[in-house]
Design a protein around this ligand. Structure first.
Ligand SMILES: [Zn+2]
Length: 167
């Protein structure tokens, strides 16, 4: 049975993880993204295990993210942190919080609308321009600044924008 002390501690860890942002989309925390799958408290007060599922297999941002998690937790006194990567089930945008999707849009990245993608799918996609709200958009590139994003352009205001396409 979990003691109330453990519940407090677990909440503290979640609060700390809320402050760790995604290296690629700094407005989103890793909790917003739904990357953190679980926290396991260990018998030793300063140690814990965190399970994370990367948004995109092979995202180079993953190592950086793990480093940021360690630094944030070490600041709070959690010195022995084990980070496990869970690859199955794969991350889907369904795990993103509603707050995360709203922040993503405010940041100028179209929020993900579906899980699967391929080039044909992206070309047919009716995107909403984060700049002017127009749905007259076209796919410029399957890959934008990172493999996780596709680049679109608005036909009305001509503003280019990223679409977060990971699954
Ligand atoms: Zn526009």
């Amino acid at each position: 049975m979990e003691s109330s002390l453990d519940i407090d501690k677990e909440k503290r860890v979640w609060d700390i993880l809320e402050t760790v942002s995604d290296p690629e989309i700094p407005v989103l925390s890793i909790v917003d993204l739904g990357i953190v799958r679980g926290i396991e408290l260990m018998d030793e007060p300063t140690s814990l295990t965190i399970s994370i599922t990367p948004t995109y297999t092979g995202c180079p941002a993953m190592d950086m993210m793990a480093a940021h998690i360690r630094i944030a937790l070490a600041d709070a006194g959690f010195l022995k942190v084990q980070i496990n990567q869970t690859l199955s089930p794969a991350w889907t945008t369904d795990w993103m919080s509603e707050a995360g999707k709203i922040k993503l849009k405010a940041y100028g990245i179209a929020a993900p609308v579906a899980k699967a993608f391929n080039k044909e799918y992206l070309e047919d996609l009716q995107m909403e321009c984060p700049n002017c709200g127009s749905t007259q958009t076209k796919l410029i590139s399957e890959f934008s600044s990172t493999a996780c994003k596709a680049l679109f352009q608005c036909k009305d205001c001509l503003e280019p924008f990223d679409y977060f396409k990971c699954h």
